[in-house]
Design a protein around this ligand. Structure first.
Ligand code: UDP
Length: 329
């Protein structure tokens, strides 16, 4: 029997590239696909010499053609930070709607199992804490985050419809804040923002009074949860994240300590519809997948900081500058 074949959309992104690594390590034939709007070829360039890795430079919002058989599809293509989807709102909506439709159609055609990347953003600014999968959310459809939140909600609806009406094997992971090596430094996410500021000797910018909370999961834990979910028989959404919750103000203090920066915290205006609190309830994942995160924030932050600290000047420059221009259609 040959290798199992898996298509990973958003392969050059932060999570997509870690997924490529994991499935290569597990001896799959991996087809990575990315339109490189927010993804970076640097994240996967080490895979190009491998005979069981292929890369398609393609926008999944357009018809997807993959020759031959396909066992699995992971749909991870999407801008995924507030700054990105404010800059490219239409692409964000298209990849979550047209993109998922193409992926599901391809999966039907190939009789492949699909896993889609959903998000804690489907809960919006939650009125229930911590968030369980049964919570329907509190989303402003026309707010600045609406393009992302509603695309992801539509994506879940579409995926369940294909599951129910076409009997497609589908999995939905609701991803909470995740961090680790390969994140971009310029996408506005809080962890790379703080680390980038510390490395450049700038003050750390805390939005609002810093009392809003998040719960940060190290990337290896998340990938492990996703692989377990893919191989499970559970079709409804499953939260994967680390429930260790912290306020953004305290998080800034942790980064100051970790990096040894002599800079301070400066406060900036809280972005509109910024969720006040977020913490996954992971009891479902624990029960059906036997999964829980293993890497503490202290360990994970140390690995991540070392990664950024050891980048060359050229690599750091690339992490700080995006490549939207020229790609936006
Ligand atoms: N944040 C901050 N300073 C920054 C960037 C972000 O205080 O330089 C805050 C942001 O307002 C939010 C939290 O950190 O409350 C997490 O932001 P991120 O964009 O990483 O993720 P999300 O809001 O989507 O969870």
């Amino acid at each position: 029997m040959g290798r199992k074949k898996i298509l990973i959309t958003g392969a050059a992104g932060f999570l997509g590239s870690h997924l490529c690594d994991r499935f290569i390590k597990d001896d799959y034939h991996v087809i990575g696909m990315d339109n490189l709007i927010t993804g970076r070829l640097e994240n996967i360039q080490h895979l190009f010499p491998l005979e069981n890795f292929e890369f398609y430079h393609h926008d999944v919002s357009k018809f997807i053609h993959v020759p031959g058989e396909l066992d699995y599809i992971l749909h991870f293509a999407s801008p995924a930070s507030p700054i990105d989807y404010l800059k490219i709102p239409i692409q964000t909506l298209k990849v979550g709607s047209l993109g998922i439709h193409n992926c599901l159609g391809l999966a039907r055609n190939k009789k492949a199992r699909v896993l889609i990347a959903s998000t804690s953003e489907v809960y919006g600014d939650p009125e229930v804490h911590p968030q369980k999968e049964s919570y329907w959310g509190n989303v402003n459809p026309i707010g600045p985050r609406g393009v992302y939140d509603e695309a992801k909600r539509f994506q879940e609806a579409m995926t369940m419809a294909y599951h129910t009406y076409h009997g497609l094997e589908t999995r939905i992971v609701r991803i909470f804040n995740t961090y680790g090596p390969r994140m971009r430094l310029n996408d506005g996410r809080v962890l790379p923002a703080f680390i980038g500021q510390a490395l450049r000797g700038e003050d750390l910018t805390v939005f609002g009074d810093g009392s809003q909370t998040r719960s940060f999961c190290y990337v290896d834990d998340l990938i492990d949860g996703i692989v377990k979910l893919l191989h499970s028989d559970y079709a409804e959404p499953v939260n994967i994240g680390n429930p260790d919750e912290i306020s953004i103000g305290s998080f800034a203090e942790e980064i100051i300590k970790l990096t040894g920066t002599t800079q301070k915290v400066t406060y900036k205006e809280l972005p509109q519809n910024d969720p006040k609190q977020r913490q996954p309830d992971i009891s479902l994942a624990e029960k059906i997948l036997g999964w829980s995160p293993k890497v503490s924030r202290q360990e994970g932050l140390k690995i991540t900081y070392e990664y950024f600290k050891n980048l060359s000047e050229d690599e750091l420059y690339k992490k700080e500058h995006n490549n939207f221009e020229g790609y936006i259609k």
